[in-house]
Design a protein around this ligand. Structure first.
Ligand SMILES: [Cu+2]
Length: 92
């Protein structure tokens, strides 16, 4: 059984990649939260922050990439293979 304080650490913070779309497109989290990006498409995608504060390797089908946001701010990211794919993480 999880301690009360551990609930926030559960991996509800997942961004899925499906049909060339990040979902949710915008996610608000608290500082220190880890976000897991999971690719459900049949082709590779990447997760790259605009200012390169984080960037994944190409993710094959069902591969994932996790990043822990240690500072507050607004992080716009995209897929470097398909730059029209964009998303945003807001860290408070
Ligand atoms: Cu892509």
């Amino acid at each position: 059984m999880l301690a009360f304080g551990a609930v926030a650490a559960q991996d509800a913070n997942v961004v899925t990649i499906d049909n060339f779309t990040f979902a949710p497109k915008e996610l608000t989290i608290a500082v220190g939260t880890t976000v897991k990006f999971v690719n459900h498409d049949d082709i590779p995608h990447t997760v790259v922050e605009k200012k390169l504060s984080f960037r994944s390797k190409p993710l094959d089908t069902d591969d994932s990439y996790s990043y822990t946001f240690a500072t507050a701010g607004s992080f716009d990211y995209f897929c470097s293979l398909h730059p029209h794919m964009v998303g945003k993480i807001v860290v408070k």
